[in-house]
Design a protein around this ligand. Structure first.
Ligand SMILES: Cc1cc2nc3c(=O)[nH]c(=O)nc-3n(C[C@H](O)[C@H](O)[C@H](O)COP(=O)(O)OP(=O)(O)OC[C@H]3O[C@@H](n4cnc5c(N)ncnc54)[C@H](O)[C@@H]3O)c2cc1C
Ligand code: SF4
Length: 333
């Protein structure tokens, strides 16, 4: 599959980059690591006139611990750098665990945290070549007006399938977005719309520049579990992130003081499981409690036939992985 023709623009500063984004309107795409953009362009899912290569903006690389105990991560920081960061492993382990499961080492060397956050939603009817899509009929997400997954409906249910966003949601991450007018900072939670075909609240003239993890989310124990067909390379078909903190009572078996559970790949957006924190708070984790949290997560998951493996199996694995992740985060497995 060949790449469509485009003009490559190489930029060295955020100001220059957002200037070009504003000029070109919807005819431009940001290239970070390119690990998702380039295959998508080959499949003619995106056919931009311009590609804005931001890899030369060195200010957007790096992991910078802040004086208040939080940390700032440049959007162009590779997943490999995140996976290998001693600071993040020690203070925000759910993020390093999730980053380490993305694709394969080669792709993590190229792929960035900003690209992972901005990743397009996926569907078996969409992530195909132009010839394939022409043969089967276009759908709402691109060029068509029907959905093969939920026929009769008008909504696209393509699944958000990034690994780090559920971990970032558990850490109450915020992101910084730049445009020609300046910078704004929003909770990552507010970035995703829940619509498969218009999944992120980012204008075509905007660039994600930084990720912030607050000090208040540091030092939670963290676990990420992921279902995929192969042990490496594959996108998640269901993913669960758990971050929890326990009171210390001398022998390390205190009650949960704070907990968060995030899921991915089973809805059009990564989500925090509502009610999970309340369910776990002030309790000692045991099998029954971990199972109850698993039930809650499974009720939040709405997998459809957008992905390999059946929706029933993927929902069940959300239940199982949540239970296991809660037990592991509590040091019980
Ligand atoms: C074989 C294969 C397996 C994969 N497996 C996984 C997996 O297991 N888990 C997973 O999460 N991902 C997976 N991926 C997808 C991808 O490798 C990762 O999500 C990676 O983090 C994407 O980052 P990138 O920098 O390469 O993004 P790019 O491909 O450069 O960009 C992705 C999208 O985000 C936009 N974008 C990128 N950065 C910014 C920014 N700073 N501001 C605004 N928009 C931006 C781009 O325009 C594009 O639309 C896989 C990809 C392949 C090819
Ligand atoms: S969920 Fe429906 S509209 Fe969305 S990509 Fe899949 S088939 Fe297309």
């Amino acid at each position: 599959m060949s790449l469509p023709q485009f003009k490559l623009l190489r930029l060295r500063s955020v100001e220059e980059a957002v200037g070009h984004l504003a000029q070109q309107g919807g005819n431009i795409r940001v290239l970070a690591g390119g690990t998702d953009l380039i295959p998508s362009m080959r499949q003619k899912l995106f056919e931009p006139q311009y590609v804005l290569d931001v890899r030369g903006i060195s200010a957007l690389r790096g992991i910078r611990p802040q004086a208040d105990g939080g940390v700032e991560i440049g959007a162009l920081t590779t997943l490999r750098a995140i996976e290998r960061s001693q600071f993040l492993r020690q203070h925000y382990p759910v993020l390093t665990e999730a980053a380490a499961t993305v694709a394969s080492p080669v792709l993590r060397n190229m792929g960035t945290i900003g690209g992972n956050i901005c990743l397009d939603t996926r569907c078996l009817w969409y992530n195909q070549s132009l010839t394939w899509r022409k043969g089967c009929g276009f759908c709402i997400k691109k060029d068509g007006d029907l959905c093969h997954v939920a026929p009769g409906g008008t909504k696209c249910w393509a699944a958000f399938s990034g690994d780090t966003p559920p971990a970032l949601l558990c850490l109450y991450a915020e992101i910084e977005i730049a445009n020609a007018q300046g910078l704004r900072r929003i909770a990552l939670h507010d970035f995703y719309s829940g619509l498969g075909d218009d999944y992120r609240r980012l204008q075509p003239d905007e660039l994600v520049t930084r990720v912030f993890l607050p000090a208040s989310s540091a030092n939670y124990s963290g676990v990420y579990r992921k279902l995929r067909v192969r042990g490496s390379i594959d996108y998640p078909l269901a993913g669960v992130a758990v971050a929890l903190k326990r009171s210390s009572n001398g022998n390390g078996l205190g009650h949960v003081t704070e907990a968060r559970v995030g899921i991915t790949a089973v809805n059009p957006a990564p989500l925090l499981v509502k009610g999970a924190s309340e369910l776990l708070k002030d309790k000692a984790v045991d099998e029954a409690l971990a199972e109850a949290v698993g039930d809650l997560a499974a009720r939040t998951a709405k997998p459809l036939t957008t992905s390999a493996l059946t929706p029933e199996y993927r929902r069940e694995m959300i239940r199982v992985f949540t239970k296991r992740a809660v037990l592991a985060a509590a040091g019980l497995s």
